[in-house]
Design a protein around this ligand. Structure first.
Ligand SMILES: [Fe+2]
Length: 306
């Protein structure tokens, strides 16, 4: 929409400002567009950088804030201090040997992609102990209790993905520390639908394949595992949904207008709405796509174009 009129210094406009009213014919910026104009940018973050910085945080995080030993991937646009894409945030997190991250729950939904860990590094979700092994996706849907433990001698690393920016926008945030304090007791072990190993979800073989995992579990987040053999390429159209990608195995090259990044295991790429892009595979690769698509589908705002 064209904005041709401007507010001047006249008493008329000063009076409107005092009344907290804004003239629709002389807005400081337009309120509608012919098609999406994303403010967020494509961007890449490297696990190697995060790992180094997390390791160096050893003495910087108080013991009672162990659950905050994370590095938030802030999209590099003016004024943004938190979100990775419009509705989602990703963060690298670690638990160091002996760490105990207190149990809590929140109205924001969360999931993790484990990058490095072994039996003994575990999360407790609603009483179920889930050991954190590389290449696994662990779910913490909204309002599930969760806390983390590292009983090994090695640091465990993962990537968190949450819909916190969306919950903040909607102003429906709730948070509760575990009433008894500390960690929730373990009441179950073994298989749980909250643990999804990427390799098992994709099945045998190395052919190009996309599978949706945890469909319908989180109302705001959809998860897809995308496998490409060496030399393969997946074309993604423009959509109103936003995506955060993380490389689970191999290497993937993400290309869109003015952006070209090759990402290795644990690297993260933000791909905001309305960016047609390709994912190329310079070697066999598996990529996790975390997207806010369900929000748009539920609201009748899901649209795509080539
Ligand atoms: Fe949490």
């Amino acid at each position: 929409m064209l904005l041709t009129m401007k507010q001047d210094d006249s008493p008329y406009y000063a009076n409107l400002r005092d009344l907290h009213m804004s003239p629709g014919w002389a807005r400081p910026e337009p309120s509608m567009w012919a098609s999406p104009q994303p403010k967020f940018k494509p961007a890449v973050w490297r696990f190697a950088d995060a790992r180094k910085a997390l390791d160096a945080s050893h003495n910087m995080v108080p013991a009672e804030q162990t659950e905050r030993r994370n590095l938030i991937l802030v999209n590099p646009i003016e004024g943004n201090t938190y979100a990775t894409t419009r509705h989602l945030v990703a963060a690298y997190q670690c638990v160091m040997p002996g760490d105990r991250a207190r149990t809590h729950r929140h109205s924001a939904a969360a999931l993790r992609l484990v990058l490095h860990g072994r039996e003994g590094v575990y999360t407790i979700v609603n009483g179920a102990r889930i050991d954190m092994l590389p290449g696994e996706v662990l779910l913490t849907p909204a309002w599930c209790w969760h806390g983390h433990v590292n009983d090994t001698s090695e640091t465990g690393y993962w990537i968190d993905f949450l819909d916190i920016p969306f919950v903040q926008l909607s102003e429906a945030m709730f948070f509760e520390p575990y009433p008894q304090g500390g960690l929730e007791a373990i009441t179950a072990t073994g298989d749980t639908p909250m643990r999804i190993p990427a390799r098992a979800a994709l099945g045998e073989g190395g052919d190009a394949k996309t599978v949706e995992i945890a469909a319908g579990v989180m109302p705001t987040i959809a998860l897809k595992l995308i496998r490409q053999p060496k030399g393969g390429s997946a074309a993604m159209p423009k959509t109103t949904a936003n995506a955060i990608y993380a490389v689970v195995s191999g290497k993937a090259r993400f290309v869109t207008e003015n952006f070209d990044a090759t990402a290795g295991v644990g690297d993260v790429v933000a791909m905001p709405c309305w960016h047609a892009h390709t994912i190329e595979a310079p070697q066999d690769t598996v990529v996790l796509k975390v997207t806010d698509e369900p929000i748009f589908e539920k609201l009748g705002l899901a649209k795509s174009a080539n």
